[in-house]
Design a protein around this ligand. Structure first.
Ligand SMILES: *Cc1c(COP(=O)(O)O)cnc(C)c1O
Length: 374
């Protein structure tokens, strides 16, 4: 059994993917090819925003968003404490200070009370200017944007939606990657919509920002790439990856998202009386980047992981360490509020195998081990 079975997916889509990739090689249309702009239009339409700008990976997508908002030295950007390193790393890379915010015990997404408290603290200290919040759609479920956006508006902060794990998620039918002033995603192979290497995208409704992002991603280009009007980066999506993503997006829309939701429902039904299953808020839809249960203690979590391992069942700990304990942030004065829930969650979470191609009998095996353990 695999944690996320990308080989099974390839076997199903093989003929379409092979011919799409071959076409790119035949045309030698490797960089910024026609399929890249086609894909950008398809992604923008799927998400329901005006502009999609593809780029090299989800980390670059965040960097491009921060550059576009002109965030740098002297700025504070609020970031959930329980997320992948890149959500905060990119803020620090731009010279700003990531201020870590605690998460909710139920959805594991950013906690609005902790967010507001962190803003007060930063304002009271008066050393940094609060500029933006990076909301993370953790494990596939969008953050609670209604409250987060109210707070951001009240304090004049931009909302950057880090939907690296959230692509395909929705709130009342409105899709992830449309909730931020600028939203970003990743096409890393194991993400809900993955390519066969690195890839990412930025989404926005703002024409001026879209133009800036298109410039920043290709060496700050002006009229063409040999007319350079600002300092940018080199971050493009390969045409081969775009061709693969076109095939995968179709499968994602047609059945993968549905299939992974059915797999999650099966776990929910069978595990809800035994362990703390993931909470999906009313009206919210998850794309199940992860199916993460929460145990009572670290001892219990580690013992269950060991039991699964004995049965050859892979499981993962996302995340073993909160952001504020990462050595890289140690000298940056990133902690203004209590981060107890995120610290505790790192000791108790366990992510189980899930993907659109998981077999029911494999899920039954996982369920059986957990029932037996509890
Ligand atoms: C994966 C991930 C990223 C980074 O994406 P890459 O494509 O690997 O650079 C950023 N934020 C979150 C929350 C992620 O899970």
């Amino acid at each position: 059994m695999q944690f996320r079975d990308l080989q099974a997916q390839y076997q199903v889509l093989k003929s379409q993917i092979d011919s799409a990739v071959t076409a790119v090689m035949t045309d030698a249309d490797f960089i910024s090819g026609r399929k890249v702009s086609e894909l950008e239009e398809q992604l923008a339409a799927y998400v329901g925003v005006k502009h999609c700008i593809s780029c090299g990976n989800g980390t670059d997508a965040l960097t491009l968003a921060l550059m576009t908002l002109d965030i740098g030295a002297g700025d504070a950007v609020f970031v959930p404490d329980f997320t992948f390193f890149a959500s905060g790393e990119t803020v620090a890379y731009e010279g700003a200070v990531p201020i870590f915010v605690d998460v909710r015990e139920d959805t594991l997404n950013i906690c609005s009370d902790s967010f507001e408290k962190a803003i007060w603290k930063v304002k009271k200290e008066g050393k940094l200017i609060p500029r933006a919040v990076v909301t993370v759609d953790l494990f596939g479920q969008p953050a609670d944007y209604s409250r987060i956006k109210e707070i951001a508006k009240e304090y004049g902060l931009a909302v950057i939606e880090d939907a690296a794990q959230g692509f395909g998620g929705a709130i009342d039918g409105k899709r992830a990657c449309s909730f931020g002033d600028i939203s970003t995603t990743s096409f890393f192979p194991a993400k809900p919509l993955g390519c066969y290497g690195d890839g990412g995208a930025v989404f926005t409704d703002n024409d001026k920002w879209a133009e800036l992002i298109r410039s920043y991603r290709i060496h700050g280009k002006g009229t063409d790439k040999y007319d350079n009007i600002r300092i940018g980066v080199n971050s493009r999506l390969d045409t081969i990856q775009a061709a693969i993503l076109q095939v995968k997006l179709k499968a994602f829309e047609e059945y993968e998202l549905l299939a992974v939701n059915q797999a999650a429902e099966f776990y929910n039904r069978e595990l809800k009386d035994v362990v703390k299953i993931p909470t999906v808020m009313e009206g919210f839809y998850s794309s199940w980047a992860q199916y993460t249960i929460v145990l009572d203690s670290e001892t219990e979590r580690d013992a269950l992981q060991e039991q699964l391992k004995v049965q050859n069942i892979p499981s993962m700990i996302y995340y073993p360490k909160p952001m504020h304990e990462q050595t890289a942030f140690a000298d940056m004065d990133c902690c203004k509020v209590e981060l107890d829930r995120s610290s505790s969650l790192c000791k108790r979470v366990l992510s189980l195998p899930i993907h659109p191609y998981i077999k029911k009998e494999d899920q039954e095996k996982v369920i059986e081990v957990i029932h037996h353990f509890k």
